[in-house]
Design a protein around this ligand. Structure first.
Ligand SMILES: C[C@H](O)[C@H](O)CC(=O)C(=O)O
Ligand SMILES: [Mg+2]
Length: 394
């Protein structure tokens, strides 16, 4: 029986804690929670740690989809118990009993039926996890890697940049660039600005002229501060300024892109979702690179549409994080020339798998490049030693 005749027999949703898809869910000594500037930095009680305001409250959502022959596909995203509830109590009705190849219809029904409480955020994370699990299932049924389902690779391997506290070590490890978290925003005044510039200058000194350095501002700035930072950082060869403003401020991004020094790229989009959100960014000329997260923007089904839109607007698509779920996509797109690797080692000094310890078989960069697994589906298994919990059933 060929895969289009197979149907979905069971859908199950689990929660998992401790790193993985909710990569902010780390120990307190991790670089990812070390006084990073955020939209909450103006509130003194929440400036030192992102966990203090709840960045890790969601946890990981794991969705498992079983076909009528017993083949199981799965995916993980950020979403935890809320996501599990949306799967089991609401969206499962569009899946069970349907042909496993009904990706477009299932996506459309999930999106339309949740419009009254969804459109982005946790609902789109959940829709993404289901869509990714369906792609994994389809790949397993057809015995093909997901990249083959998407039209095949346009290059042999992925070139990676590293996100973390140590671009100097990322350079030694062969990455093409290093993106650091910004530690100070408007609430830290001019002294904070000087510290931001001093860290960049120190890193530039360590890595030399040609290595890419970027700042990830995680939605923490305003247009004035971001413009001043961009011009100061330009003197130290900052390649791009990422997510400087809150995601809803499309007008601010448009202004910032106009204000930025020539040659500096303005990037954003990891907290944006769907073709309509990205249409807004692209039509307003708000970013040089868009950075959808395939686990949050609507899954592969939606990312294909976002990517086509970006291509027509002359913008690059460099997805945020997301490990294998991004890799299988990026390898098939000419307008996604490189990819992100989040350094999840606590001090960013060593390479560990991005969704560690949740996935088995997750590829890691060697000399700054990743070869995308050619095993069926996304090519990873859920680590059976990690406890998972099914909080709701249907
Ligand atoms: C480092 C950033 O603050 C965030 O944790 C990750 C991110 O935005 C990115 O990888 O991009
Ligand atoms: Mg970012």
């Amino acid at each position: 029986m060929s895969s289009h005749q197979r149907t979905i027999a069971h859908v199950r949703a689990y929660t998992v804690t401790g790193g993985g898809a909710d990569y902010h869910d780390q120990g307190s000594d991790h670089w990812i929670d070390d006084h990073i500037a955020t939209p909450m930095s103006g509130y003194p009680g929440y400036a030192d740690s992102r966990q203090s305001f709840g960045i890790n409250v969601l946890g990981t959502l794991m969705v498992e989809i079983e076909a009528d022959d017993g083949t199981v596909g799965f995916a993980v995203s950020t979403g935890g118990e809320l996501g599990a509830w949306i799967v089991e109590k609401h969206l499962v009705r569009f899946l069970e009993g349907a042909p496993v190849t009904d990706l477009e219809r299932i996506w459309d029904q999930m999106y339309r039926s949740t419009l009254f409480y969804g459109r982005r955020g946790i609902v789109l994370n959940t829709i993404s996890a289901i869509d990714l699990a369906l792609y994994d299932l389809l790949g397993r049924l057809r015995q093909e890697p997901v990249y083959a389902l998407l039209g095949g690779p346009v290059r042999e391997e992925l070139s990676m940049y590293a996100t973390g506290a140590r671009p100097d070590i990322a350079k030694e490890l062969g990455f093409l660039g290093g993106k650091m978290p910004l530690h100070h925003g408007p609430a830290d005044g001019e002294e904070g600005m000087e510290q931001n510039i001093a860290l960049l200058a120190d890193m530039r000194e360590r890595v030399g002229e040609d290595f890419w350095l970027m700042y990830d501002c995680w939605m923490s700035l305003d247009v004035d501060y971001a413009t001043r930072l961009a011009h100061r950082a330009h003197e130290h060869g900052l390649r791009w300024l990422e997510e400087a403003l809150i995601p809803d401020d499309y007008w601010g991004y448009r202004q910032l892109r106009k204000n930025a020094p020539s040659g500096m790229l303005i990037t954003t989009g990891e907290h944006e979702a769907t073709r309509w959100g990205f249409r807004q960014l692209l039509e307003m000329g708000a970013a040089d690179i868009i950075q959808p997260d395939v686990g949050w923007c609507g899954g592969i089904t939606e990312l294909l549409k976002i990517s086509a839109l970006a291509d027509a607007h002359g913008a690059m698509v460099v997805p945020h994080g997301s490990s294998v779920y991004s890799y299988h996509f990026v390898i098939t797109r000419t307008n996604s020339p490189f990819s992100e690797f989040l350094m999840m080692h606590p001090s960013a000094e060593e390479i560990v798998p991005m969704f560690s310890p949740m996935l088995l078989g997750e590829p890691v960069p060697a000399d700054g490049t990743i070869r995308v697994p050619d095993t069926p589906g996304f090519g990873v298994e859920f680590n059976p030693e990690i406890p998972r919990h099914r909080p709701h059933t249907h």
